[in-house]
Ligand binder design. Structure first.
Ligand code: NAD
Ligand code: MG
Length: 394
C-alpha cells in the first residue's frame, strides 16, 4: 500500500491522479490533499477520498473548509497556509508525493518532499526550471526518487535503458526529441496571434489542462520549459535536445541512439497514462485510458517548429544555453506575462516581448545556490516583469 500526498489536488493533474488512484484502492491510500483556495472542490474530494489531512495555502479558504468538514463529521484534519503544504509533503507517513501545483508556488513543498526522501511524481516543471540544481541536490541529499509526469519526459524515461536508470548523460543516446502538438495557433500567422483571446489560447486541440500551461502551449513556452526540464532530468547537453511538432499528440517523445535506433512511446493524449506509469513503476496498472487505435488515427504527421512565429521557444533555448539564473528569470517573467494576458492587460504576442525584455534587463547571473537565493532572483524578475507590463502596447 502506497501512501500518497497530492500537491495541487484540485487541478487538472490532481484530478487525473485521483481518478487513477480510485481504480486501485488496494494499492493507494490518499493521505493528504493540498491546493490553493478552492475549498468547495477540496471539500468534495475529502468526502470522496477521506484523506487524513487536507490543506489550503489560502488561510480564509482553509477556515471555511475546516468548518464544513467539522459539520459533516469527517475525520480529515484541515491545515492552512503554504507551510502546511510543505509539512504534509514531508510527513513521515507519506511515501509518494504528486507535485502538481502550477508555477513557482510548487517549489517549496516539492523541495520539502525531496529533502524528506519521498518518491516524487513531478508534474510541476517550473520547479526544475527555476531551481534545477538546488532541487536535484535536495533529491540527492534526501535520497528522493523523481519520476517524470510531464508526458514527454515520462515517454523519454520509458525509452531510456532500464527505465531512465541508464546513468546521467545517457550513454549511447545521440538525441532526445520532445514532441509538441503545436498548440491552438499552429497554423496561425503572427498577426492573428496578436489578436488572440485567452479563450482561444486555452482551447488546446489535444490536451485538457490548466490555464497557465494551456497558454504556455499556445506560445510554445511550454516546450521551451520542457527542454530545460529534460536537461536537468536526463543530464544530456542542450545540443542533444530537439523539438518536433506532431499535431496528433500520439508519439509523446523519442530517444535516438548512436546505432540509429529510435525508440518512441505512444498512447492516447491523456495524462492518466504517465500518472499511472509513475505511480506503479516498475509495475503496470490500468489507467482508464482507452487503447490506442492506430487504424482509426491513420496518419502521424511531423514538422519542424517555427521559431519565428513562436519566439518563446528561442528564448527558452537561449536561457538554457546561457545557464546560470537565466532559466529562473525566464520562468518568472513568463508567469507574470501569462497572468497579465489571462487578465487581458497585455496581448498574446506581448508574452514573449515582456519575457525577452526582462531577460535582457537583468543580464547574466549565476544560478541561485540555495532556495532563498532562487526566490530572490525570482522576485527580482517578477518585479522587472511588472515594470514592463506597463510599457506594453495596448
Ligand atoms: P491547474 O491550474 O489545473 O491546477 C493547479 C493546482 O495548483 C490547483 O490545485 C491549485 O489549487 C494549485 N495551486 C496553484 N497555486 C497554488 C499555490 N500558491 N499554493 C498551493 N497550491 C496552488 O494546473 P495543471 O494543468 O494541473 O498543472 C499543474 C502542473 O503540472 C503545472 O506545473 C503544469 O506545467 C504541469 N503539467 C500539467 C499537465 C496537464 O496536462 N495539465 C501536463 C504536464 C505538466
Ligand atoms: Mg508536456
Amino acid at each position: 500500500m502506497q501512501t500518497l500526498m497530492i500537491l495541487g489536488a484540485t487541478g487538472s493533474i490532481g484530478r487525473s491522479t485521483l481518478d487513477v488512484v480510485a481504480r486501485h484502492p488496494d494499492r493507494y491510500r490518499v493521505f493528504a490533499l493540498g491546493a490553493q483556495r478552492r475549498d468547495d472542490e477540496l471539500y468534495e474530494q475529502c468526502l470522496r477520498y477521506a484523506p487524513r489531512y487536507a490543506a489550503l495555502a489560502d488561510e480564509p479558504a482553509a477556515r471555511r473548509l475546516a468548518e464544513r468538514i467539522a459539520d459533516a463529521g469527517l475525520d480529515t484534519e484541515v491545515l492552512g497556509g503554504p507551510s502546511a503544504l510543505a509539512a504534509l509533503a514531508a510527513h513521515e507517513e507519506v511515501d509518494t508525493v504528486m507535485a502538481a501545483i502550477v508555477g513557482a508556488a510548487g517549489l517549496a513543498p516539492t523541495i520539502a518532499a525531496a529533502r524528506a526522501g519521498k518518491r516524487i511524481l513531478l508534474a510541476n516543471k517550473e520547479s526544475l526550471v527555476m531551481a534545477g540544481e538546488v532541487f536535484l541536490r535536495a533529491c540527492r541529499e534526501g535520497e528522493a526518487t523523481v519520476l517524470p509526469i510531464d508526458s514527454e519526459h515520462n515517454a523519454v524515461f520509458q525509452c531510456l535503458p532500464s527505465n531512465g536508470r541508464g546513468g546521467r548523460g545517457c550513454p549511447g543516446v545521440r538525441r532526445i526529441v520532445l514532441t509538441a502538438s503545436g498548440g491552438p495557433f499552429r497554423g496561425a500567422t503572427y498577426e492573428q496571434m496578436g489578436d488572440a483571446t485567452p479563450e482561444q489560447a486555452c482551447a488546446h486541440p489535444k490536451w485538457s489542462m490548466g490555464r497557465k500551461i494551456s497558454v504556455d502551449s499556445a506560445t510554445m513556452m511550454n516546450k521551451g520549459l520542457e527542454l530545460i526540464e529534460a536537461f536537468h532530468l536526463f543530464g544530456v547537453a542542450g545540443s542533444q535536445l530537439d523539438v518536433l511538432v506532431h499535431p496528433q499528440s500520439i508519439v509523446h517523445s523519442l530517444v535516438e541512439y548512436e546505432d540509429g535506433s529510435v525508440l518512441a512511446q505512444m498512447g492516447n493524449p491523456d495524462m492518466r497514462t504517465p500518472i499511472a506509469q509513475a505511480l506503479a513503476h516498475p509495475e503496470r496498472i490500468d489507467s482508464g485510458v482507452a487503447p490506442l487505435d492506430l487504424v482509426s488515427i491513420g496518419q502521424l504527421e511531423f514538422e519542424a517548429p517555427d521559431a519565428q512565429r513562436f519566439p518563446c521557444l528561442r528564448l527558452a533555448r537561449e536561457a538554457l544555453a546561457a545557464g546560470g539564473a537565466a532559466p529562473c528569470i525566464l520562468n518568472a517573467a513568463n508567469e507574470i506575462a501569462v497572468s497579465a494576458f489571462l487578465e487581458r492587460t497585455i496581448r498574446f504576442t506581448d508574452i514573449a516581448a515582456v519575457t525577452e525584455a526582462v531577460l535582457n534587463s537583468i543580464g547574466a547571473r549565476p544560478a541561485g545556490a540555495t532556495i532563498e537565493e532562487v526566490f530572490a532572483i525570482d522576485a527580482e524578475a517578477r518585479s522587472a516583469a511588472h515594470d514592463r507590463l506597463g510599457r506594453c502596447p495596448a
